[in-house]
Design a protein around this ligand. Structure first.
Ligand code: C5P
Length: 224
């Protein structure tokens, strides 16, 4: 029987992580876990409750009485926040613009990372985020750090947003992505960096299937 390994995929916004991670997970019959959705759900709830996003203590208090459930479905991962399906609400421009501020709080990260570790404990997972290879799944058998040029990432987000009915322009997306990259890479708590043992994958010139195939090949070598 092949091993139920952990696959960690990190990288900046719009590098194609979630699309590719989903394909890889499906091909291996693994569970896909989108950790960004958890930070987005916390941000969404805090905004709804008018909690100041720099108020670490209030955010933590809120999170300690919050229920976040990630549920795989044929249309991808569904996100339930206190029982409500918020899968599309957490992708809004407002949440996207604020999520990096919430994700910078070490106490919030600590709680979400504990949940993420529990979800991955039995292996057979593909988890994507910013700190998976460096913090959440330090012992993951396969770590990928995925990136692409800012222009290409903005173009992909634009197409993705069009599909989801979220209004945007390539120019504003480029700015938003560059700002989020900066906040995520420069924060003190678990910044976005490539783990030493991660394999770098530049997807600028790769199709989704080419990128997924590259990871699947690497994964199969580790599953023997
Ligand atoms: O992956 P996605 O773009 O949905 O992530 C939204 C935000 O959540 C990121 O910009 C980052 O601030 C935060 N995040 C994080 N650590 C993770 C996953 C996401 O800080 N593991």
């Amino acid at each position: 029987m092949s091993k139920l390994i952990q696959i960690a995929i990190d990288g900046p916004a719009g590098a194609g992580k979630s699309t590719i991670a989903k394909i890889v997970a499906e091909a291996l019959s693994f569970t896909y876990i989108d950790t960004g959705a958890m930070y987005r759900a916390v941000t969404y709830k805090a905004m709804k409750q008018n909690i100041r996003l720099n108020d670490t203590e209030s955010l933590e208090k809120m999170l300690r009485s919050t229920d976040i459930v990630l549920q795989p479905s044929k249309d991808g991962q569904l996100v339930f926040l206190d029982g409500e399906n918020v899968s599309s609400q957490i992708r809004s421009n407002e949440v996207t613009a604020n999520v990096s501020q919430v994700a910078a709080h070490a106490n919030i990260r600590e709680i979400l990372v504990a949940m993420q570790k529990a979800l991955a404990a039995n292996g057979g997972v593909v988890m994507d985020g910013r700190d998976i290879g460096t913090h959440v799944l330090k012992d993951a058998e396969l770590k990928i750090f995925m990136s692409a040029s800012v222009e290409e990432r903005a173009r992909r987000r634009f197409i993705d947003n069009e599909k989801r009915g979220i209004p945007s322009t390539i120019e504003t997306l480029q700015q938003e992505i560059a700002l989020r990259d900066k906040l995520d890479s420069e924060r003190e708590a678990s910044p976005l960096i490539q783990a030493e043992d991660a394999i770098y994958l530049d997807t600028t010139e790769l199709s989704i299937n080419e990128a997924a195939d590259t990871i699947l090949k690497l994964a199969k070598e580790k599953m023997i």
